[in-house]
Design a binder for this molecule. Structure first.
Ligand code: PLP
Length: 412
């Protein structure tokens, strides 16, 4: 008889978004009085940039001609040189020197954040921020690194609370458990907070001192608007000996349906005498066959000057939505964080209402779908997450509806 991975049996009842989907479907079946506006899941809504589409059309045509047809990619790390060089040059623009064979192109930051655990022992102590992007937790739980779920937390994870008191960036862990693997996401999903140089340097120094590895997710780097916020962990002195960086075209260039991302593992990063770059190269060589040629050409186009100008227009559109939400809800008396260097707004529920209750209230009375903060971890209780990825008019409408519900149901 085949034995299953028992760790899967420990996972609590489903990922956050299926539960939201269940509640939204149940409500929709009752004929809501207004059309639903979805500001819950973080998916983009603006179309691909013209330069990207043009590159995809051109590359698709090449695939239909014998002389230019491409099969398996045989170049370094299953990625074409044209894309790895474009990514390398993009890093240069931030003053970061990354070699092209330190860049691994993939089909998503989600897959890479989830799969990176393959190169680490199951004995490692894992630290996650709280609240947290659920992928880090679930994938470590599946690998057996999280212990058991006690209804609120995983017994073996080190939770690093991110609260209004610490500006939603974790302080170094207290107690004697030193984490070996530390997930940091900046700009952050879900809180929208972005770490400055000093905050990241504290963790880089800690990781170098303890032999830990920082798994740095900068999927939302393109949304940084303020000076002093690093766009890459490798802008921080010392990071090349302790950090792996995950990046994605999903949110920077609207590739959520196209699928292209990359992970950077410096060759200077070694543990127990082994190069983590070499281990990941080995892992990818055995389990991954690369991203389609057409998509790699599209990603290259997104990094061209023309592509960058066009994708920036979409990012500015989302950041303007964020401003509309922030200003509208703040004026109505709600406390709102994020939305300045990130497409996420982290909104304190009024009168300490539990986050699922506020979610339900907004769903049923405003017909607006948000995400309850409690779904991202214990410290997310008392918050909801609103995304800025919606249509601009729908976002304005959603803000008006939320304000009216808050005024009627909560303040009075
Ligand atoms: N990392 C974070 C923090 C995210 O929020 C997301 C998507 O929502 C991802 C990674 C996934 O990126 P990708 O679409 O490249 O898999």
């Amino acid at each position: 008889m085949a034995h299953i991975n028992q760790n899967f049996q420990k996972l609590p009842g489903g990922y956050l978004f299926p539960e939201i989907g269940r509640r939204v479907r149940a409500f929709s079946a009752q004929n809501p009085p207004m059309p639903l506006i979805r500001l819950g899941i973080g998916d983009v809504t603006q179309p691909l940039a013209p330069a990207v589409v043009e590159a995809m059309v051109k590359a698709s045509k090449e695939m239909g001609v014998k002389e230019t047809f491409r099969g398996y990619c045989e170049e370094t790390c299953c990625a074409y040189d044209f894309l790895r060089f474009a990514i390398r040059d993009d890093y240069k623009a931030w003053g970061v020197d990354i070699a092209d064979d330190e860049i691994f192109v993939s089909d998503g930051a989600k897959s890479d954040c989830g799969s990176i655990g393959d190169i680490f022992s199951v004995d490692n102590v894992v630290a996650v921020c709280d609240p947290v992007y659920p992928v880090y937790v679930d994938t470590n739980a599946m690998a057996g690194r999280a212990g058991d779920f006690n209804g609120e937390r995983w017994t073996d994870l080190v939770y690093l609370p991110c609260t209004a008191e610490n500006d939603f960036f974790p302080g170094l862990p207290e107690g004697d458990r030193v984490p070996d693997l530390i997930y940091i996401c900046s700009p952050n999903n879900p809180t929208g907070a972005a770490a400055d140089y000093g905050q990241l340097k504290t963790w880089v120094d800690y990781a170098n001192a303890h032999g830990s590895v920082i798994l740095f997710d900068s999927a939302y780097e393109a949304f940084i608007t303020q000076e002093g916020i690093p766009h890459s962990i490798f802008e921080v002195e010392g990071a090349k000996t302790c950090a792996i960086e995950f990046r994605s075209f999903s949110k920077s260039a609207g590739f959520t349906g196209n699928r292209c991302a990359y992970t950077v593992i410096p060759k200077a990063l070694e543990r127990e005498g082994a190069s983590l770059n070499a281990l990941w190269n080995r892992r990818q060589g055995s389990k991954f066959n690369g991203v389609p040629y057409v998509i790699q050409r599209a990603a290259e186009a997104a990094l061209s000057p023309e592509g960058k100008a066009q994708t920036k227009a979409a990012i500015d559109y989302y950041l303007n939505n964020a401003k509309v939400v922030r200003e509208g809800l703040t004026a109505a008396g709600l406390t709102v964080y994020g939305g300045v260097n990130a497409p996420y707004l982290w909104v304190k529920t009024p009168n300490d209402m539990p986050s699922w209750d506020f979610f339900d209230l907004l769903l049923k009375q405003a017909c607006v779908v948000t995400t309850p903060g409690a779904g991202f971890g214990p410290s997310g209780e008392g918050y909801i997450r609103i995304t800025a990825f919606g249509d601009a008019d729908a976002t304005k409408e959603a803000v008006q509806r939320i304000v009216s519900v808050v005024k009627q149901s909560v303040v009075s």
